[in-house]
Design a protein around this ligand. Structure first.
Ligand code: UD1
Ligand code: UDP
Length: 407
C-alpha cells in the first residue's frame, strides 16, 4: 500500500512528521512479523509542493523534525490563490498519475491541502479506472468565517475526503452537521501535538534563550528588571494585509512592550507588509542596551520556537497551530482574531480570543498575565494520534480493496 503524504507550508511539517514515522513503524512491524507478505507492506511517499520554500519556512523543519527528504518536490512557490492552487494541481496530477498511490493524505488547511485533495478526487487510473482514497488529517475545524482563505480550504477538502481524521470533538459535530457520513469521521487526536510532545525535551537544549538574553526562569539579562518576555506571531491576511488593522494591533502591544521584551517571529508575508506600510518605528528594540520593546526576529526553527514558547510569560498570536501548542504547554495565549476554529483551546486550554480591538487586546493580555487559566489537555492529545490514524487508514483501505476485489 502506497500512502502519498502532501506537505507544502510551515504548519504542515509538524503535522506530517509523526505520520511518516507511524507509517515507517507500521511497515517495519509487518515486515518483521511471521506473516510477512510483500502485499502487506505499507510505505509512504512524501510530496512537498514548495508553497513555502525559504530555509526558515521549510528546510529547517526537515532537520528539526527528522523528516526524511521529500521524494518529490514540485517547487510551485508563491502566487495569488488561483495561480498557486492551479499550479499545484497541474503538477500534482502528473505525480499522482505516475505514482498511482492508494492513498493521498493531506493535512491542515493551506492551499496545497485543497489543491491536492481536488486533484485526487478527479484523477482516473488507467486500467482499473480507480482513484486514490483521500484522507484529511485535521478535518472538521470551522471558524465559520468564509473570508478566511483557510476556511474555504477546510470545507472543500473535507467534502472531497473519504476518511476524515479530527483533532477535537467540535470537528466531529461540524462534519455531521454538514452531512458527512458518520463512518468516514474518526476522532483521532492531534498530530501537531504528537510532534510537540516528541520534541519538547529536545527543545530544552536550544540556545535561543541565551542568544536573546533571557532565561528559563524568567529572570532576564541585559538589565531587564522584570525579566519576563512575550512571544508574538502575526500572519493572517486580515491582520497584516491592511495597514490600519496591523498598526492598531501593534499599538495594542505598547503596554506589554513597555514592561519586557516582546519577541516577534515575523512571517515573510508580515515582513513585507511592515516595509510596505512603513511600520518599522514600532520596532525600536535596542539589541545592545536590552531595553524593552518589540524585537523582530526571522522566522525561527521549530525547536528554537518551541523553547521560546515554553518559557514565555504570554504568547500573542493569530496562528492556528500556536493556539493548540500553548494549550498543551500550559502557556497563556491571547489570540488576536475574532474567532477560532479550535474552540477546545478556549474551553479546555489556555487560549483567550481577544478580537482585534486594541482595548480588548490590552485587557486580554493583562488578564492572562495576572492569573493563568486552569487548563487540561484536550482529549486524545496524547502523542499517539498518528499511530491511530495509520492503523485506521490501513485497515479501511484494505477492507475497501477486498470489497472491490470481490465485486
Ligand atoms: C500560508 C497559508 C496559511 C498558513 C501559513 C503558515 C494558504 C492560503 N495560507 O499563508 O493558512 O497559516 O501559510 O505559515 O495556504 N513567502 C516567502 N517565503 C516563503 C513563503 C512565502 O517569502 O517561503 C512570502 C511570499 O511573498 C508570499 C507570502 O509570503 O507571497 C505569502 O505566502 P503564501 O504561501 O501565499 O501564504 P502564507 O501567508 O504563507
Ligand atoms: N513555528 C515555528 N517557528 C516560528 C513560528 C511558528 O516553528 O517562528 C511553528 C509553530 O510552533 C507551529 C507552526 O509553526 O508548530 C505554526 O505555523 P503557522 O503559525 O505558520 O501556521 P498556522 O498554524 O497558523 O496555519
Amino acid at each position: 500500500m502506497k500512502i502519498m503524504i502532501v506537505v507544502g507550508a510551515r504548519p504542515n511539517f509538524m503535522k506530517a512528521a509523526p505520520l511518516m514515522r507511524a507509517i515507517q513503524n507500521y511497515g517495519g512491524q509487518r515486515a518483521a512479523g511471521s506473516l510477512a507478505d510483500p502485499s502487506d507492506s505499507v510505505r509512504a511517499v512524501l510530496v512537498h509542493t514548495g508553497q513555502h520554500y525559504d530555509e526558515a519556512m521549510s528546510g529547517s523543519f526537515f532537520v528539526d523534525l527528522t523528516l526524511p527528504k521529500p521524494d518529490l518536490y514540485l517547487g510551485v512557490g508563491s502566487g495569488s490563490h488561483a495561480v498557486q492552487t492551479g499550479e499545484i494541481m497541474r503538477l500534482f496530477e502528473q505525480v499522482v498519475l505516475s505514482e498511482r498511490p492508494d492513498v493521498v493524505l493531506v493535512v491542515g488547511d493551506v492551499n496545497s491541502t485543497l489543491a491536492c485533495a481536488l486533484v485526487a478526487s478527479k484523477v482516473t487510473y488507467d486500467g482499473d479506472g480507480g482513484r486514490p482514497t483521500i484522507a484529511h488529517v485535521e478535518a472538521g475545524l470551522r471558524s465559520f468565517d468564509r473570508y478566511m482563505p483557510e476556511e474555504v480550504n477546510r470545507v472543500l477538502t473535507d467534502h472531497l475526503s473519504d476518511l476524515l481524521f479530527v483533532t477535537e470533538e467540535s470537528g466531529v459535530q461540524n462534519l455531521l452537521s454538514e452531512g458527512i457520513p458518520e463512518d468516514r469521521i474518526h476522532f483521532a487526536g492531534n498530530t501537531m501535538i504528537d510532534s510537540l510532545l516528541a520534541s519538547k525535551e529536545k527543545a530544552e537544549h536550544s540556545s535561543i534563550l541565551d542568544r536573546l538574553g533571557v532565561h528559563k526562569n524568567g529572570n532576564g539579562t541585559n538589565g531587564n528588571s522584570r525579566g519576563k518576555y512575550a512571544l508574538l506571531t502575526l500572519h493572517r491576511p486580515s491582520n497584516v494585509d491592511h495597514r490600519e488593522n496591523f498598526s492598531n494591533i501593534l499599538h495594542a502591544l505598547d503596554e506589554l512592550a513597555a514592561v519586557g521584551p516582546v519577541f516577534f517571529s515575523a512571517h515573510p508575508r508580515t515582513r513585507k507588509r511592515i516595509a510596505e506600510f512603513g511600520l518599522d518605528s514600532h520596532f525600536d528594540f535596542d539589541e545592545m542596551g536590552g531595553k524593552n520593546g518589540i524585537r523582530i526576529l526571522e522566522p525561527l526553527g521549530y525547536l528554537d520556537f518551541l523553547c521560546l514558547m515554553k518559557h514565555a510569560a504570554v504568547v500573542v498570536t493569530d496562528s492556528g497551530g500556536i493556539q493548540e501548542e500553548t494549550t498543551c504547554l500550559g502557556i497563556p495565549c491571547v489570540t488576536v482574531r475574532e474567532n477560532t476554529e479550535r474552540p477546545v483551546t478556549v474551553t479546555k486550554g489556555t487560549n483567550v480570543i481577544a478580537g482585534t480591538n486594541p482595548q480588548k487586546i490590552r485587557e486580554a493580555i493583562r488578564m492572562q498575565l495576572q492569573g493563568r487559566k486552569n487548563a487540561s489537555a484536550p482529549e486524545k492529545w496524547d502523542g499517539h494520534a498518528a499511530e491511530r490514524i495509520v492503523e485506521t487508514l490501513v485497515t479501511r483501505v484494505r477492507e475497501e480493496k477486498l470489497e472491490n476485489a470481490h465485486k
